[in-house]
Design a protein around this ligand. Structure first.
Ligand code: SF4
Ligand code: SF4
Length: 385
C-alpha cells in the first residue's frame, strides 16, 4: 500500500491513549470504536500493513470529516486527518473506493464542479450585468461590474457559491470589486472534495489549471469565501509569492478603504442591533487559525455586546458534520452532527453566522429555528442603501 504523503512514523506514533475519542464528533454520534480517531488509526495501520484492504474498512476511514479536532487533542503529535486522507488515497489507487468517492470523481471530471451543474460558472455575474433578479438590486445600487484589468487580488468563488448561493457570490464580489479585486477568467473546482477523499491524481488537473489561472491574473492575493477552497488553495497548491486569504481577513486588512468606499457609495455602515453567533468552520478555524478576523468583522457590524460565542468555539469548535465527503456519503450521520452543533448555539441570537457555504448548507439542512447566513450577508444587511 502506497503511503507516499505522510511520514510513516506518524502511523506508529499513536499510543492509543484515547484522548481523541472524547473530541471526535463521529464517535459522539456513533459510540463505535471503529469510528473514532484511535480506532481509525488501528485500521489504517492494518491497511498499511496489507492485512486489511477489503470494503470493511470503508465505513471507518470514510466517516472522518477531517475536522482536525483530534490533532488538537493528541499529546503524541499525530495528525489523524492526514493519515485518513492518505489511507483513502492508498485504497483508491488500488481501485477500492466507495460509491460516493466514485460519484464525486466522475461528477467533477465531467462538470469541473462537485454539483453536477452544467451551467456557466460565472452565471451569477452575467445575471448581474443583465440586471436580472437579485442583480437588479445590485444594479440599482450603482454596481459597475466590469472586471478590473490588473487586479491586485482575485476572488476565488468556489463551486457552492457559484452554483447554489449566487446571491452571496454577487454580494461578495460587489464588496471586493470596489477594493480592486477581480475574478479568474476560467475558475474550476479547487479540487478540495477530491483531495479530502484521497483522489489526488484526479485533483491534479484542477490544481494545475487554477494555479495557472491565478498566476496569469497577475494578482498577489487570492481570496476564498469557502473554507474548503481556502484551505486547499493555501495548503495543497504551490502558490509561492501569492497570499491566500479568507474574505474576512481581506476585509479586515482593508477596513479603512472598505469603510471609505461604503461611505462614498452609500451612506455608510449601519450598526445592526442584532444578537448573533459565529460558527468556526474546521478548515478555516482549527486547520488555519482564522479565528480573530471573522469575529472582528462581526463586531464591526453588530457591536461587541451583540456577539455571543457558541458553547464550543475556536480550536474547540464542534464540526458541522459536512466535510471529508461525510455529507455526501453518510448523510444521516452528517445531519446528526449538524443537529448536535446547533445545540451549541447560545440562547437569544437571531442569526448563526458562518464563513463557509458547506457549513451553512449542512447546518441549515439540520432544520434549526435560527437562520444560518454567510458573513457577507450580514455585512450587506448593514450597508445602508
Ligand atoms: S490522542 Fe493521539 S496518541 Fe492518543 S489515541 Fe488519539 S491519535 Fe493516538
Ligand atoms: S478529524 Fe475529526 S472526525 Fe476525523 S477522526 Fe479526527 S476528530 Fe474524528
Amino acid at each position: 500500500m502506497s503511503f507516499e504523503k505522510v511520514d510513516i512514523r506518524d502511523l506508529y506514533r499513536c499510543v492509543s491513549c484515547g484522548n481523541c475519542r472524547s473530541v471526535c464528533p463521529v464517535f459522539e454520534q456513533t459510540g463505535r470504536e471503529s469510528k473514532n480517531t484511535r480506532g481509525r488509526i488501528l485500521i489504517i495501520r492494518g491497511v498499511y500493513e496489507g492485512v486489511l484492504d477489503d470494503d470493511s474498512v470503508f465505513d471507518s476511514i470514510n466517516t472522518c470529516t477531517t475536522c482536525g479536532y483530534c490533532t488538537e487533542a493528541c499529546p503524541a503529535g499525530v495528525d489523524p486527518p492526514k493519515l485518513v486522507e492518505t489511507a483513502r488515497e492508498g485504497l483508491a489507487k488500488l481501485g477500492k473506493m466507495t460509491p460516493t468517492q466514485a460519484k464525486i470523481r466522475d461528477t467533477v471530471a465531467r462538470y469541473s464542479n462537485t454539483l453536477g451543474d452544467d451551467g456557466d460558472r460565472l452565471g451569477w455575474l452575467k445575471e448581474a450585468e443583465n440586471g436580472a433578479g437579485e442583480t437588479k438590486e445590485a444594479g440599482n445600487s450603482g454596481l459597475k461590474l466590469e472586471l478590473p484589468e490588473k487586479p491586485k487580488a482575485v476572488y476565488f468563488v468556489g463551486c457552492l457559491d457559484s452554483y447554489r448561493y449566487p446571491k452571496t457570490a454577487l454580494k461578495t464580489y460587489r464588496i471586493l470589486k470596489n477594493l480592486g479585486v477581480g475574478l479568474l477568467e476560467d475558475e474550476k473546482c479547487c479540487g478540495s472534495p477530491l483531495l479530502r477523499l484521497g483522489l489526488s491524481d484526479e485533483a491534479a488537473g484542477l490544481v494545475k489549471h487554477n494555479t495557472e489561472q491565478i498566476k496569469k491574473s497577475g494578482a498577489d492575493t487570492v481570496i476564498a469565501s469557502c473554507a474548503g477552497c481556502f484551505n486547499t488553495l493555501k495548503n495543497d497548491y504551490d502558490l509561492t509569492g501569492i497570499t491566500v486569504m479568507t474574505v474576512s481577513e481581506y476585509l479586515m486588512s482593508h477596513i479603512k478603504e472598505f469603510k471609505e468606499w461604503v461611505a462614498a457609495e452609500n451612506s455608510g455602515i449601519q450598526k445592526l442591533d442584532i444578537p448573533v453567533t459565529y460558527h468556526d468552520s474546521c478548515h478555516s478555524g482549527r486547520h488555519n487559525h482564522i479565528f480573530e478576523e471573522p469575529r472582528a468583522l462581526i463586531r464591526e457590524i453588530v457591536g461587541a455586546d451583540n456577539f455571543k460565542e457558541m458553547e464550543a468555539c475556536r480550536e474547540k469548535s464542534r464540526c458541522c458534520g459536512g466535510g471529508g465527503g461525510v455529507r455526501s456519503g453518510y448523510n444521516e450521520l452528517s445531519m446528526a452532527m449538524a443537529k448536535r452543533r446547533l445545540e451549541d448555539v447560545p440562547a437569544g441570537v437571531e442569526y448563526i453566522i458562518t464563513a463557509c457555504p458547506l457549513c451553512l448548507r449542512n447546518l441549515s439542512d439540520a432544520g434549526g429555528d435560527i437562520p444560518v447566513i454567510d458573513i457577507v450577508e450580514l455585512l450587506s444587511m448593514a450597508i445602508k442603501k
